[in-house]
Design a protein around this ligand. Structure first.
Ligand code: PNS
Length: 162
């Protein structure tokens, strides 16, 4: 049985994230999507909200399970018994970041490995930061995030505006 793990902060979950999860789920038996903390980022949505958004966005895919995890990626890697992590890359700078992260994780856990999926052209400019900025000013985010969570994100971003 092949198990992959797609970790991220998903603040918020975007159509780009869903596309990576969907494609990864086709090449494994089980895909865990782990909602985690990125120390370099100040998350706008709580972990429970981020788990909720990923779960709502991925409910059509029976072999995907969303989990929330506070801690090191290598620990959830070991706990899930996955064969590899999967991450999406949009650009050269994403690639550098992923290469550094893979190196650090391999120092912590020599069995660690990662599969990088180039993201779809039409989704390559979408980022969680852009969604937050557009939504913050009341702009239309419906082409950027899965339909199931458009209202949830818009409401929360509107409340956070002031
Ligand atoms: O979606 P992001 O913000 O690019 O995801 C980054 C994430 C959450 C995968 C990364 O920050 C992470 O692995 N966090 C868990 C803590 C950890 O293991 N840090 C060491 C990574 S080298």
């Amino acid at each position: 049985m092949t198990t992959l793990l797609f970790p991220g902060s998903f603040d918020p979950f975007t159509r780009g994230h869903r596309d990576i999860a969907r494609r990864a789920s086709r090449v494994c038996d089980k895909l865990y999507v782990a909602v985690m903390h990125n120390d370099a980022k100040n998350h706008f949505f709580s972990r429970d909200e981020r788990v909720y958004m990923a779960t709502e966005s991925l409910k059509a895919y029976p072999n995907i399970e969303v989990v929330g995890y506070d801690g090191l990626l290598v620990d959830v890697y070991k706990e899930t018994g996955c064969n590899a992590v999967v991450r999406g890359i949009r650009s050269e700078s994403d690639f550098r970041y992923e290469a550094e992260m893979a190196l650090a994780n391999r120092l912590l856990h020599p069995e660690y490995d990662v599969v990088l999926l180039p993201c779809r052209d039409d989704l390559s400019l979408i980022s969680s930061s852009i969604v937050k900025e557009v939504g913050h000013y009341g702009g239309d985010i419906s082409k950027m995030v899965p339909a199931e969570i458009v209202d949830f994100i818009s409401e929360k971003l509107k409340k956070g505006r002031n």
